[in-house]
Design a protein around this ligand. Structure first.
Ligand SMILES: NC(=O)C1=CN([C@@H]2O[C@H](COP(=O)(O)OP(=O)(O)OC[C@H]3O[C@@H](n4cnc5c(N)ncnc54)[C@H](OP(=O)(O)O)[C@@H]3O)[C@@H](O)[C@H]2O)C=CC1
Ligand SMILES: CC(C)CCC[C@@H](C)[C@H]1CC=C2C3=C(CC[C@@]21C)[C@@]1(C)CC[C@H](O)C(C)(C)[C@@H]1CC3
Length: 611
């Protein structure tokens, strides 16, 4: 019979789930069956924690004292690199320029931080009351933010943390947070060894749902492509007989698709572009990623240019489009099987939280392993950004050529040009900000299984191109008014999308950045804050709204004769509404009452006026 190490009513330090942040919590109860403690945080959030996520106050403080004396005796000239908890915060640097005076102030601040803090006010390092921001509605809690060390081994050995003053509790001056930080080693609080994770919250209707999706998705995409290529693209005129085998399979096409993947893989391995660290993993380590997508895009453009110069007929891709689709699908199936098999050898802490239900079909679909790698080659990061996204741009260009050929045009139509330019802008933007993908839930949370491989390698290149494919055989005249309207619409969408994403990213890196320091925020118990003004005060996902406006501008050039060109828009709204719900669930878990506060302040999810 397991016995509880901590008693009801004990005040202890509890780890905030999914992070390496420790807070003072009170033990409410212990469940012998699940071996979980129910604890309550200072902001009233109740959670269940494992014993390994709880440390007694004395041990915790001794750890800090010991490590502080150790850090004092550390060679003063030694360069230090710091990192905050979130990957997006990777470039927050702890200042090596910190003056002695600041260090003294900091020492006082640290002592204040480690004692229980009042629910309304707390003393700052100068002994003065800190001014709360008008919008500061969450309660302050002692905030201990993990700091990434120079080497992974150091990180694993001790886990270095910095105690920082939250931006929201500062007196409003934009003094660098990092100047108020000091690194301490908490040997007691090293990330616990990974415990077995089991996915219990099943998405997409669980086993049955994903089973149907796995068959439905490839069939739906095939149907879309068949309709798109037909003269009459209305659903009523869908051919009832199955397509002939020859129209679906060609060995040469399969070889070309394999070569394309290989070419992109080689480009992704080129030692150009910076090497960046991803989000800290459960075991405290970080993975390195080569960011060279933009160069790869340029080199791909050069390769296509050379091919055209050599008079390679690119319209071959249009003529064999269904065969390209089935070849890519076969690669997806083989890759998913490989990924599932190799995940058997993955250690517990290499598994994704969302793809380990124990049900074969569900885990195969969602993906078991979080970051499958062959040496330094990250399969998920590669697939997410390279063959599909580059393929999308290439296929659009192929469709542009095919349109001129099929409709005997000297120049591409304005509709085709708009679709190509708008989508190219989005893809270029994606490569320009490639590094930011490392903070997205697809990389940080989702396993790499059938869903993402299919999404990245089939869905993106074959359905995101459906407007261009449609225009090849369904010309649509656009008046000057429409052209201007569509350019303006895409511009507005892009502005909202880019500004919202850049603000979020800049803020998470450094809230004192002049570009975002004027924004109002809600502090949260984790020490991070939520932007509550500007675009993020308008709706809770302005970046999704921008994306959807762009999606509309990509579909409208195809006119109103058929629903098919609106497939992307319909998919995008569905995906982003689902993604929004998923993200909000995670944020509520992570930020507790502060998230509810944010939802109250900003009631609209994606669309202004719609809750
Ligand atoms: N066209 C397509 O097929 C797709 C496009 N996209 C696009 O990719 C972009 C990124 O999407 P996604 O990864 O889902 O990212 P999100 O914009 O959904 O990021 C959500 C995260 O942002 C942080 N956050 C949420 N609210 C706030 C706030 N008020 N203040 C500060 N931080 C906040 C939280 O993370 P934390 O607090 O941990 O920092 C939250 O988990 C979007 O523009 C989306 O439209 C995405 C998927 C598919
Ligand atoms: C029904 C399907 C199986 C669902 C598939 C979803 C995927 C197509 C998308 C999920 C998230 C994506 C993102 C991008 C492409 C589409 C998928 C894979 C993205 C890489 C495109 C480029 C952008 O700049 C981005 C913001 C980096 C995108 C990130 C998410």
């Amino acid at each position: 019979m397991p016995t509880a190490r901590f008693q009801n009513g004990d005040t202890v330090m509890g780890r905030w789930p999914g992070s390496n942040l420790y807070y003072e919590v009170k033990v409410l109860s212990y469940d012998n069956k699940t071996r979980l403690y129910t604890v309550i945080y200072k902001d009233g959030t109740e959670l269940e924690l494992k014993e390994s996520d709880i440390t007694s106050l004395t041990v915790f403080k001794q750890g800090i004292a010991r490590s502080r004396s150790r850090s004092r005796s550390r060679s003063p000239g030694r360069p230090r690199r710091s990192r905050s908890r979130s990957p997006a915060r990777t470039s927050r640097r702890s200042s090596t320029r910190t003056t002695e005076v600041r260090k003294e102030k900091l020492k006082e601040a640290l002592e204040v931080r480690l004692t229980p803090v009042s629910m309304t006010h707390e003393n700052n390092s100068n002994g003065k009351h800190e001014k709360k921001e008008e919008n500061n509605t969450a309660n302050p809690a002692s905030t201990i933010t993990e700091e990434k060390t120079e080497t992974e081994s150091e990180n694993q050995a001790g886990g270095r943390y910095n105690l920082r003053r939250r931006k929201d509790q500062s007196d409003g001056k934009t003094e660098e947070l990092e100047q108020k930080t000091e690194t301490v080693t908490l040997s007691q609080t090293k990330p616990p060894t990974a415990s077995a994770i089991k996915t219990t919250d099943l998405e997409f209707g669980g086993r049955v749902g994903v089973f149907f999706l796995m068959f439905l998705l490839p069939v739906a995409v095939l149907a879309l492509l068949i309709l798109c290529g037909q003269k009459d693209a209305s659903i009523q005129s869908f051919p009832l007989e199955l397509p002939a085998f020859q129209s679906l399979w060609d060995c040469q096409v399969f070889g070309i698709v394999l070569l394309w993947f290989l070419f992109q893989a080689v480009l992704s391995l080129l030692p150009v572009g910076k090497l960046v660290e991803g989000m800290p993993l459960k075991n405290g380590k970080t993975l390195k990623y080569r960011i060279n997508g933009f160069y790869a895009l340029l080199l791909t453009a050069v390769a296509v240019g050379v091919a055209m110069y050599q008079e390679v007929d690119l319209s071959y891709i249009h003529a064999h489009f269904l065969q390209f689709y089935t070849s890519a699908l076969l690669i997806v199936i083989l890759l998913s099987i490989y990924l599932f098999i190799r995940s058997r050898w993955a250690s517990e802490d290499e598994l994704a939280p969302g793809g380990n239900s124990g049900y074969f079909i569900y885990d195969f679909f969602m993906g078991r392993e979080l970051n499958p790698r062959i040496k330094s080659f990250d399969i998920k990061f590669f697939c997410e950004m390279r063959p599909g996204l580059m393929g999308w741009v290439l296929i659009n260009f192929v469709m542009l050529q095919a349109e001129m050929k099929h409709q005997n045009l000297e120049n591409p139509s304005p509709a085709m040009l708009l679709v190509n330019i708008f989508q190219l802008l989005w893809v270029v933007d994606g490569f320009w900000h490639e590094e930011k993908l490392l903070t997205m839930m697809d990389i940080v949370y989702d396993g790499f299984g059938f869903m993402l491989t299919f999404g990245d390698l089939v869905f993106v290149p074959f359905t995101f191109t459906c407007q261009a494919y449609y225009l090849v055989s369904h010309p649509n005249e656009l008046s000057a008014f429409w052209i201007i309207t569509l350019v303006a619409m895409n511009g507005v969408g892009y502005y909202i999308f880019r500004k919202a994403n850049s603000q979020k990213f800049a803020f998470s890196k450094n809230p004192s950045d002049p570009a975002v320091s004027h924004l109002k925020t809600i502090p949260t118990a984790t020490g991070e804050s939520l932007i509550v003004s500007g675009l993020w005060g308008w709706v809770r996902h302005p970046n999704y709204l921008g994306d959807i406006i762009m999606g509309l501008a990509w579909s409208l050039p195809c006119g109103f004769n058929h629903l098919i060109p609106y497939f992307y828009l319909i998919y995008l709204i569905g995906l982003l509404v689902h993604r929004n719900a998923r993200d909000e669930r995670q944020c509520r878990k992570k930020y507790g009452s502060a998230w509810d506060e944010y939802c109250k302040a900003v009631p609209f999810r994606i669309f202004p006026g719609i809750y």
